[in-house]
Design a binder for this molecule. Structure first.
Ligand code: GTP
Ligand code: MG
Length: 217
């Protein structure tokens, strides 16, 4: 649920990266953190185990456009993918405005992708934000690896219901479509927010997340 602060003239939205254990949720946030200009982003906070598995969540605040005089912030969170952390996932999902579901494209991970997708749908229903009516974007991650499932196969598994989700082939390791995924989720969230408020959405959000130039090779 968007948090509007009329005193500081800010509106904040919460985006949560969910998905398969080791699918690349934390790597998405690390990439975004490394490529956004300093003043536009806060610190990346990661609560992880010694082997870099997310224990509670990762958190990265980013600041984007000014809409009707209000500064817009997106609070990016990840959840732990490991099956036994579902209570934590449900806690992090409280107040969520939009979801990015990160699936691991490797053929061998398909069963875990499906289990994670079902758990997410269950959690969103419990949260009162069923997947059918909520901003959700799919990301088929790790497309840089060999032995990945064809996109039509992944669409058949995750995107063949009554609602067609926006979905992107991505690689959090190389940055392929990482900002495209984030911008699409942000657009869906803003459109929903403006529909509810009866106002016009801001144009061109996609260009408002300024990417720092790629580091020299
Ligand atoms: N080749 C490749 N490796 C990736 C990609 N994204 C993530 N990885 C690797 O996959 C492993 C797991 O990535 P994480 O970002 O920690 O995955 P996670 O979804 O946050 O995992 P949990 O927090 O345990 O659920 C790490 O070794 C990453 O470097 C990708 O697009 N391509
Ligand atoms: Mg993680």
């Amino acid at each position: 649920m968007a948090v509007v602060n009329h005193d500081t003239k800010e509106v904040a939205f919460k985006i949560v990266y969910c998905g398969t254990p080791m699918g690349g949720k934390t790597t998405n946030l690390s990439y975004i953190h490394s490529r956004i200009d300093g003043p536009q982003r806060g610190d990346l906070v990661s609560l992880a185990t010694s082997s870099d598995r997310t224990l509670f969540f990762d958190f990265l605040p980013i600041q984007t456009v000014v809409i009707n005089g209000y500064r817009t912030r997106f609070m990016l969170y990840t959840v732990p993918g490991q099956i036994h952390y579902n209570a934590t996932r449900q806690m992090v999902l409280k107040g969520v405005d939009g979801i990015i579901f990160v699936a691991d494209s490797q053929t061998a991970r398909m069963e875990e992708n499906v289990a994670s997708w079902h758990t997410l749908q269950h959690n969103l229903k419990e949260n009162g934000t069923p997947v059918a009516q909520f901003p959700v974007v799919l990301q088929y991650n790790k497309r840089d690896l060999p032995e990945i499932a064809p996109v039509p196969y992944m669409d058949f598994m995750f995107n063949n219901g009554a609602r067609t989700f926006l979905r992107f082939e991505a690689s959090a390791a190389t940055g392929q479509n990482i900002f495209t995924t984030l911008n699409s989720a942000a657009q869906e969230i803003l459109q929903r927010f403006h529909r509810a408020a009866g106002s016009a959405p801001a144009p061109g959000l996609a260009s408002s997340l300024h990417r720092a130039p790629a580091p020299a090779a």
